[in-house]
Design a protein around this ligand. Sequence first.
Ligand code: 5U1
Length: 674
Amino acid sequence: MLEFSEAQQRHAELVGKINHANYCYYALDNPQIPDAEYDRLLRELQSLEQIFPDLISPVSPSQRVGHAALKSFAQVQHLMPMLSLDNAFSADDLLAFDKRVRDRLKTADDIQYCCEPKYDGIAVSLLYENGVLVRGATRGDGATGEDITQNVRTIKSIPLQLMGAEFPQLLEVRGEIYMSKRGFAALNQQARANNEKLFVNPRNAAAGSLRQLDSSLTAARPLSMCAYSVGVVEGGTIPSEHFALLQQLKAWGFAISSEVRLAADVAACIAYYDAMGRGRDSLPFDIDGIVFKVNSLELQEQLGFISRAPRWAIAFKFPAQEEITRLNAVEFQVGRTGAITPVARLEPVFVGGVTVSNATLHNRDEIARLGVGIGDRVIVRRAGDVIPQIVAVLTEDRPTDIQPIVFPTCCPVCQAPIEIEEEGSVARCTGGINCAAQVKEAIKHFASRQALDVEGLGDKLVEQLVDAKLINDVADVFALQLPALIALERMGQKSAENLLAAIEKSKTTTLPRFLFALGIRGVGQATANSLAQHFGNLDALGMASSEELQAIPDVGPVVATFIVEFFARDATAELLRRLDEVGVQWPNITPKPLDQLPLAGQTWVLTGTLSLLTREAAKARLQQLGAKVAGSVSAKTHWVVAGESAGSKLAKAVELNIPVLDEQGLLNELEKYA
Ligand code: 5U1
């Protein structure tokens, strides 16, 4: 237990840190700590104040939201305070919230909640007088915000005039302004091309865009708004339930989340949270949690507010996707095609639900752009299955002993010179098949699940086999013998026999898999499939000219050159001869022009979990039939296949009236062309 004087000191420290973070985040749009760190500081402050209530003062960050507005925009007084939300970080927190609600309402009945994604953007208030937008304001400190009317007027999803006629004379609509992931990527791509500073994340980009004094700059930014509640309502009525209120807002012309659902009880809220958590990464915008609101406005009224937050709502946060850590070292990895990738070795940090100790630094340009050095404190981001990235360097209080990152001129594995490719920032080892790193990566790729699928021949074993000089290229895999395998560390008789059986089995494959396995630069699964369908056999492909290759969709002049060069090499001819000699084989395909394939011209989207066949198998089969398999649903999608727990993509398909098949429906469809 802390002494009061110690608590006082820590409290002052926390107040300083939070105030400073608020200033950087809200006033300067230049966050210096990730949200999770901020939440942690605030929670520590709140629990200190709970133990020592004497520490609470009107200036404590626990007593207000945000930071005072900048002077450069006119200040506006909110007609009703703009509150923030209490957070839940676990299902237990949510259950405790539900219990508090029921206790306060003195009911044992289930409470109906409205569930909405919590957009990671900027909260705004929009004031409508007789249906006309008269003022847009930021939240500021909750009581006073900044007048951003000119800026919000440029955002197309915000109606300037309400639709219909039955709206209150004075209506304040609240919601979140945000930037889509795609809009953010495009903005940063443009900034990169212009050698400008990049935004750290979509939220930061939306904040920066909204706070432009010149509203024509805001107009050029891809901002959107999602409405989620109302403030002042005078001279008219609104529905008596929150869900219906959102539908009413939609009818008045606002964008609301397409993911809004009603939950009959708290258990349904948890199920919604879990489903959205799984679908989070495939949403077109960032969300950082789910907001649950008591659906009845009458009950909301009864519950009221406590300090800065309503008692009738809570934000159940998702695991943070950004954290701070230290860059300890940089290593340079050599890929299958010799590309050199700088990899950051980090002080291990828990982010995006896992412990991360490595992050990609992409290339030399990225290192220069970040201005990062060894020893720096960095923000690392891990969203979904995407490789962790360093998104920013914390420049404040930078240590004085930062070491520069020196890009090597020779391959760290084979010492061959590194070549910088003319266009772009790719550095490549020139060692080719003499580089052990490239050899290892080529074999790993050849044996991988989407290629020859040699069960048991994982990355570690490939490295062991190359290091032990038992294999030096992909064809050597088929010459492996039992005694040599058993002699390896951690390899028992049974495992070795299983591996040899798997290698034998992998000899019978398909042409698309074999082409993909060869690891030709620029030839991914889809291109390998198109090549196989078009040429039908390896000899025809090997003799194809660049022009013939470019007739295939997906194959541009660069990839065509890679393919021609690959087949022109003596080493390729020798490798193919050896693979043929050991018995690697596949049935040839009767070539069919791609536009005559049964699903040619169709775009399919796979979503949710498939249980009868793997996602890759479904995708490959659809591609073989000529379909394009896309990652997101749009008006151009022809079919959506929805497996177990399908989320936002399924909802989008329903909204756009796109036909949806379940997994069995897909199998029936594929069966027609078997
Ligand atoms: N979806 C949603 N986000 N969000 C944020 N609803 C919602 N409600 C909020 C906030 C701050 O506040 C309520 C108190 C209206």
